[in-house]
Unconditional design. Structure first.
Length: 88
């Protein structure tokens, strides 16, 4: 997966997902909202067929906040996979 940091400051970051659709970006945005320390997490996509999703994160150390959200999302996906495999 490729990320492009369009803005990378102390308390705000803007990240573009050039090779992804908005499904993954929405998942990480939703997880960011559940992450302690996040003040704002929003997703911008100019056009559903043309634009690339851009995620804006505000809070102290946005890169660390993204890392925490990604780890939490990974854990949820792993738990979901275990539950599905148990039922199959």
């Amino acid at each position: 997966m490729q990320l492009e940091f369009l803005k990378d400051e102390k308390e705000e970051a803007k990240v573009r997902f050039p090779n992804e659709n908005s499904i993954f970006a929405n998942a990480i945005k939703d997880e960011l909202w559940l992450t302690k320390g996040v003040e704002i997490a929003t997703l911008d996509k100019r056009h559903p067929l043309v634009g690339k999703p851009e995620l804006v994160i505000q809070g102290k150390e946005p890169r660390k906040l993204m890392k925490t959200a990604a780890q939490n999302l990974k854990k949820k996906v792993e738990d979901f996979e275990k539950a599905i495999l148990k039922e199959i």
